[in-house]
Ligand binder design. Structure first.
Ligand code: UDP
Ligand code: MG
Length: 322
């Protein structure tokens, strides 16, 4: 897909899933900060919302010439929405931010300034937020820990999807054909001159979080399996450890048989060991299964997302009998 690049234009890429109340406010705030920075476009990706998001977007795009939108045919997830945004952005750089105003638009001039200084990736890291629920903090912290341990990525705690990418980086990302694109990891992986900025997250303006516990787990599994096959090797190590354990245990039993009284009682140990080995086997088969499943999904080469509607298509297309 070849989207023409407009000189000097800055793209803002906003994924939105059921954000009808936030979008009008977001667009106003973006206008305020973008006005002094030069020409810009606001590209909003409606990720299959079930509320009035699309109608709101249609109206916004008619009122503001800077607003464009893409509407997915169903919910494909935040990462896919971001990806579609990068693929359709027309700017010489693109800034992605959440629709709920948790990523303060007031930070955008700083991002742009760093980019003008020559950085090709300006990423942000959120400062710890004490008002977040313990569950969210716990999952977020361990998400990054697990990801660092399981892959060779150097991802920081609280790395957010609030970042500026230069056109060069966007064009690089566009060449990735994999379906499961874990952007946070991919951006640390591609290199280029990177700059880090810390920010204070704001509270969600309206609505509730769209990242359920299940979606977070899915993102973690996707993040790990997209970047590393280490869990497969960990399975081998687990197998070796258990084999070693069984040899040692066998020696101990032989010793008892020949040198002690000769009676080896065994019901409990047999049951426990069967369960242990059975459990370990299922885990390992599961890990292999996850990778196999991923291969299956990638091999099919389905489109990563489906666009149902855009601001470029007029709303009412009357069908006429031939
Ligand atoms: N989002 C999306 N698709 C989804 C879930 C979320 O496009 O399936 C968007 C959402 O509208 C928001 C951003 O991704 O703009 C971050 O989501 P959210 O604020 O719910 O996550 P949190 O900030 O709670 O981690
Ligand atoms: Mg949010």
């Amino acid at each position: 897909m070849n989207v023409p690049v407009t000189p000097n234009l800055i793209s803002l890429v906003v994924p939105a899933f059921n954000e009808e109340e936030n979008l009008p406010v977001l667009v106003e705030r973006l206008h305020e900060v973008m006005e002094p920075l030069g020409p810009y476009e606001i590209l909003i990706i409606d990720d299959g919302s079930t509320d009035q998001t699309k109608a709101v977007l249609r109206r916004l795009s008619q009122v503001h010439e800077q607003v464009r939108f893409i509407s997915f045919s169903r919910n494909f997830g935040h990462q896919m929405a971001l990806r579609a945004g990068y693929e359709h952005a027309r700017g010489v750089c693109a800034i992605s931010l959440d629709a709920d105003l948790q990523h303060p638009p007031e930070l955008i001039p700083t991002l742009v300034q760093k980019w003008r200084e020559g950085f090709e990736v300006v990423y942000t890291v959120r400062k710890p937020d004490p008002t977040l629920s313990w569950r969210k903090r716990f999952t977020s912290r361990n998400f990054y820990k697990l990801l660092r341990a399981a892959s060779d990525l150097d991802l920081e705690d609280g790395a957010a999807d609030f970042r500026l990418l230069d056109r060069k980086v966007i064009d690089t990302l566009k060449t990735f054909k994999e379906n499961d694109l874990f952007l946070r990891g991919m951006i640390s992986w591609v290199g280029f001159r990177q700059c880090r900025i810390e920010y204070e997250p704001a509270a969600r303006f309206a609505g509730t979080t769209k990242y359920s516990f299940k979606k977070m787990i899915q993102l973690a599994v996707m993040g790990i399996t997209s970047f590393t096959t280490k869990p497969l090797y960990a399975s081998v190590v687990l197998g070796l450890v258990m084999a070693l354990f069984s040899v040692l245990f066998g020696l101990e039993v032989l010793y008892e048989y020949f040198f002690m009284d000769g009676i080896v009682s065994g019901y409990t140990t047999v049951v426990l060991l069967t369960l242990l080995i059975g459990g370990a086997q299922f885990i390992v088969i599961g890990i292999i299964g996850v990778y196999l499943g991923k291969t299956f999904v990638e091999v099919k080469q389905r489109p990563p997302y489906i666009i149902g509607d855009t601001s470029e298509i007029e709303e009412v297309i009357t069908w006429q009998a031939p």
